[in-house]
Design a protein around this ligand. Structure first.
Ligand code: SAM
Ligand code: SF4
Length: 336
């Protein structure tokens, strides 16, 4: 049956085709740039159930969203998460959805890689900021690199295409990036570098960690031949081909290069709040219209209204004179 789609187009003419869903704000790591060690998480009763998450995602797919990314917090620590992945897989089979994917810290991947592949997931992003076990423990506070590597191997064996994401941290992993490029590309994976963003209170000072990727890239060019390529994965990363390894290196540069003009995404939190921009406070509550009736009329109207309010862009600045993050909520709430 041909399905009649209402495209989600915002007031700046941008087509919203990508929904990122934070399925939990909880995590089994406490990365220094993402969370404070002692975090207060949301009461479980405030979370959307897996069925409700499915309903909202399905409403977005009905409106033309072609790509869904599950994230968090750590998506694989949400109880029963494979039920959601399995049920969303039906939209891949029907052709309504092009891609179902997730961003994970990899700690539970060895357990779930096979199921993810079986339910139609083809590509995943795994966050790894260093290949040094002690440093990995320092950055993640609670993580175990050996377990994450085991998860990555399991994912590759299950046929998943893995991309590694690394946040560039000044004085922490910058010197190690060439080694990471060689390792990641050597395993047949892509590597994307991300600038730290001022999201949520953490225990340390972000200005100490912030490293503009323009600086890092200039340093890398002493060692590698980087050729800009037009490769795109639907996200904001720009890519280079590293001639020496034959692999791709991506850069996500929200701070030094503003990519808002081509933004195609919105983000749903695990409590049903829709953020139209990662870097702005404005949001729409979808949980109330979702729970107000069994039909989707109220939910659909709330989604349309929210998209019409999608702001032009963010105004992140990392500045020593500001002692507060630009946005109070943590990345683990909105979903990275
Ligand atoms: N737990 C999963 C993981 O770590 O991949 C998914 C959620 S995590 C919030 C998603 C991505 O956001 C990770 O790659 C993480 O490194 C990144 N991230 C977290 N806080 C950030 C910040 N303040 N600035 C830039 N990236 C951040
Ligand atoms: Fe957890 Fe991911 Fe945040 Fe690290 S970056 S604390 S793994 S949510």
């Amino acid at each position: 049956m041909p399905d009649v789609r209402t495209s989600l187009i915002d007031s700046f003419g941008r087509h919203v085709s990508y929904l990122r869903v934070s399925v939990t704000d909880r995590c089994d790591f406490r990365c220094v740039y993402c969370m404070a060690e002692d975090m207060t998480f949301l009461p479980r009763k405030d979370l959307l159930s897996l069925e409700e998450l499915d309903r909202v995602c399905t409403a977005f797919v009905g409106k033309g969203v072609r790509k869904l990314r599950l994230t968090g917090g750590e998506p694989l620590v949400r109880k029963g998460i494979m039920t959601l992945v399995e049920s969303l897989g039906r939209h891949l089979r029907s052709g309504a959805l092009e891609e179902l994917t997730l961003t994970t810290n990899g700690s539970q991947l060895a357990i779930y890689a096979g199921d993810l592949a079986a339910h139609g997931v083809r590509r995943i992003n795994v966050s790894v900021d260093t290949l040094d076990e002690a440093k990995f423990r320092q950055i993640t506070r609670w993580g175990d690199l050996a377990k994450v590597k085991e998860g990555i191997r399991a994912a590759q064996q299950a046929g998943l295409h893995v991309k590694i994401n690394a946040v560039a941290l000044k004085g922490v992993n910058d010197a190690e990036i060439p080694e990471m490029i060689r390792w990641v590309h050597g395993q047949g994976m892509d590597l994307t570098l991300i600038e730290t963003m001022p999201l949520g209170d953490i225990d340390g000072d972000r200005t100490d960690q912030y490293l503009p990727l323009s600086v890092l890239r200039a340093n890398l060019m002493d060692r590698f031949t980087l050729e800009h390529i037009p490769y795109k994965t639907g996200g904001p990363a720009r890519y280079s081909l590293v001639k020496e390894t034959g692999g791709r290196l991506g850069y996500i540069t929200p701070m030094t290069h503003n990519f808002c003009e081509s933004c195609n995404r919105v983000r749903l939190t695990c409590t049903g709040t829709l953020y139209m921009c990662l870097g702005q406070e404005d949001a729409a509550d979808l949980r109330a219209p979702l729970r107000a009736s069994e039909g989707n009329d109220l939910l659909n109207a709330a989604i349309d209204e929210a998209i019409s309010r999608k702001p032009k862009g963010h105004d992140f600045v990392i500045d020593r004179r500001r002692d507060k993050p630009a946005v109070a909520r943590h990345m683990s709430v909105t979903g990275g």
